[in-house]
Design a binder for this molecule. Structure first.
Ligand code: ADP
Ligand code: MG
Length: 670
């Protein structure tokens, strides 16, 4: 190799590097702006190295200038220079540093690149730290001028990225490195100060060293050139929590979460030992708005050694903690980590485990020490914790402790915990009872709840759409099973045989008449004030789920499970139906009243009767019959016919009910 007086020589890149350069420049066009992040990151590293070495060799910082990174766009020359006054490179070092592929995970990158198709490539490079070479995406030629701290001679490295580079010895006044990009025709946008500002803010805002650009300003008609610092330099997660004020935390939160409210809770810590990272996490006051629209393209910001890697890193927290915002800065993860690689990376899994534990612990502490604040959190974001119960088997018990429920023992809008519920359980209570539905008011008065209330047992009133899934994934809490009060069997109370027998013919008849709607008609031991209720077979979907699916117009997808109609043998309405049936098994009122009891059961549980018009008709007929009975002092059976479901008398009903008002009024006068 020819060596001139300046020691000029030309060398070849290694074969695999040529391949990489080729791939980078040709296939990653749309993400090429990341070159600036890479160059700034290198410069920042060089500054860190110098600062570190100067601790023991102060003479290395020859001029004592502030450590900084400088951007110099030169429109006339068509060049963008990224300079630093850091450690610099020596002639021996530079060929290695800028000529070897083992750097920066480039080998892994190359591998991934080869396996990806064209569409994936831009995605890929955004996630990889491809390092110095990425600058060839925007530059037709790169000149690196560098002088290592402590050395007298500088070195110049020039390459067009075509497979070879030249080296020569140069004079360089200051230590450090200038990377001069001769921009390609199609990359001149990177000469625009606004574009550079934008990119620094996007990718390098938290670089600790100042990134400076000289900008021309007009002050009082005079042109002045002033240095402008482009990055905010606020890597507050790297500071010690004692040095950061509440306001700083809040401001940073607002910036990364694009929220205008202060966070509900801040979690700032660093993990040391097997894995090392710093985390600054926030629990927001309300769930991020994107999540309200079903979108979940967000997550933590991941930095690796202060270099921004990605801003919606979803792999560092389980999905059910998706409301958490914040930053994780790892010193162990490789810079070339991609989304795909992160999923498989065991270190990432460890970080995730650690972060999850920390968030849950913080919530547990908040619940214990500041219950009103915790309730505020739970009202808005508790539903996703319930999702966690279904998804994160390992943490199920931990998550169960975080749940809050309304119950028959709490006032509306107030909560109890499973722990408190269990502590109130009478010794003979076998299960944690619950009832699922839309509204507390309906649940509270539902017939199913009566027996429990009268026995002094509490029932959880679940009104969250996800509760149906929750109870399927949480079969028990502290060995107490969770059971629905509207299911087939709730307790072992027996109905006396005599009573059972007296009702048998009616029950059989009703089963015949209501065969399409119910699977069984039987007597109930759970009802106190109500006449009837509908219960589901154990393990079947509850009525709440049916209503949900109906509302979504998806009831067709539901398995058809008929429910059981239970009648309260002690209720006067049920008793009189038995009497009617005893007197005349063919009396049409048996069907009519039977259907009324069925509809009543639907209404009290919060469902819609199958045929509301028919229900209204039956009620009206009943009103007419009642008024006729009271007005003609004898208990005549005459209106029985009008109780039929066949509605040929429909138009008359309203007339006769008008008529019925007169006798009623006269009755009141009596
Ligand atoms: P990485 O930064 O991951 O090592 P790069 O391709 O970005 O990979 O850089 C390769 C190497 O070149 C760096 O490790 C460093 O030794 C050297 N280098 C690059 N830029 C500079 C710079 N501005 N100052 C000093 N050394 C540098
Ligand atoms: Mg680098």
């Amino acid at each position: 190799m020819a060596t001139s007086s300046t020691g000029r020589e030309t060398r070849e890149f290694r074969a695999d590097l040529r391949q990489l350069l080729d791939l980078i420049t040709h296939s990653l066009y749309s993400n090429r702006e990341i070159f600036l992040r890479e160059l700034i990151s290198n410069a920042s590293d060089a500054l860190d190295k110098l600062r570190f070495e100067a601790l023991t060799h102060p003479e290395l910082r020859e001029d004592g200038d502030e450590l900084q990174i400088r951007l110099l766009p030169d429109k006339e020359a068509g060049t963008l220079t990224v300079s630093d006054n850091g450690i610099g490179m020596s002639r021996e070092g530079i060929a290695d540093d800028l000529g070897t592929i083992a750097r920066s995970g480039t080998a892994a990158f190359l591998e991934a690149l080869k396996q990806s198709d064209d569409a994936q490539r831009p995605e890929l490079i955004g996630q990889f730290g491809v390092g110095f070479y990425s600058a060839f995406m925007v530059a037709e030629e790169i000149t690196v001028r560098s002088r290592r701290a402590g050395e007298k001679e500088g070195v110049q490295w020039v390459s067009r990225g075509q497979g070879e580079f030249s080296l020569e010895t140069i004079e360089k006044e200051k230590t450090g490195t200038d990377v001069i990009l001769k921009l390609r025709e199609d990359a001149l946008e990177f000469l625009e100060p606004y574009r550079l500002r934008e990119l620094v803010r996007k990718y390098s805002d938290f670089i600790e060293h100042p990134i400076v650009m000289a900008t021309e300003k007009e002050v009082d008609g005079e042109k002045k050139v002033e240095d402008e610092v482009l990055n905010s330099r606020k890597a507050i997660w790297l500071r010690s929590p004692s040095e950061v004020s509440k306001e700083d935390y809040a401001e940073f939160y607002k910036q990364i979460a694009r929220d205008f409210k202060d966070p509900l809770e801040t979690i700032h810590f660093s993990a040391e030992g097997v894995i090392e990272f710093k985390a600054l996490l926030y629990i927001p006051e309300a769930p991020p708005w994107e999540q309200l629209f079903g979108e979940n393209k967000n997550g933590l910001h991941l930095y690796i050694q202060r270099v921004f890697i990605m801003d919606d890193c979803q792999d560092l927290l389980p999905e059910y903690l998706r409301f958490v915002r914040g930053v994780v800065d790892s010193s162990d993860l490789p810079l070339n980590v991609s989304r795909e690689l992160l999923q498989e990376n065991p270190l990432a899994a460890k970080i995730r485990k650690n972060l999850t534990g920390k968030v849950l612990k913080t919530l547990a502490d908040m619940k214990k020490n500041d219950r009103p604040r915790y309730e505020r959190f739970f009202k808005r974001m508790g539903a996703v914790l319930k999702e966690g119960i279904a998804r994160d088997f390992e943490r199920r018990d931990e998550l169960a402790e975080l749940l809050l429920f309304e119950s028959t023992a709490t006032k509306a809008g107030e909560y109890t915990t499973l722990e408190d519920y269990v502590s109130r359980m009478p010794a003979d209570q076998e299960a944690i009872w619950y009832l699922i539905g839309e509204e507390r008011a309906v649940l509270e008065n539902a017939p199913f709840v009566e027996a429990f209330r009268s026995k002094g047992q509490e029932v959880l009133l679940l009104t969250d759409p996800i509760d149906e899934f929750l109870v399927h994934s949480l079969p028990s809490y502290k060995d107490k099973p969770l059971r629905a009060v509207d299911r087939e069997k709730v307790e072992e109370e027996e109905i006396p045989e005599l009573i059972e027998e007296s009702y048998r013919p009616l029950l059989d008849r009703l089963k015949e008449l209501l065969d399409e709607e119910v699977s069984e008609v039987r007597l109930s031991t759970r009802l106190r004030e109500s006449a009837s209720c509908l219960v589901s077979p154990e393990g079947a979907l509850g009525s709440h789920m049916e209503r949900l699916m109906q509302r979504l117009g998806r009831e067709d997808e539901l398995p058809v499970t008929k429910r059981i109609l239970e009648l309260n043998p002690e209720h006067p309405a049920v008793q009189s139906l038995r009497a009617i049936h005893e007197r005349d098994g063919k009396d049409p009122r048996v069907e009519s009243f039977g259907r009324l009891l069925l509809d009543e059961a639907m209404l009290t549980e919060g469902s819609r009767p199958k045929d509301p018009v028919a229900l209204a008709r039956r009620i009206n007929d009943l009103l007419v019959a009642a008024s006729e009975t009271t007005s003609s002092s004898s208990a005549s059976k005459s209106p029985a016919g009008s109780m039929g479901t066949r509605g040929s008398k429909k138009p008359k009903t309203s007339e006769s009910s008008k008529k019925s008002k007169a006798p009623k009024a006269s009755e009141e006068k009596e």
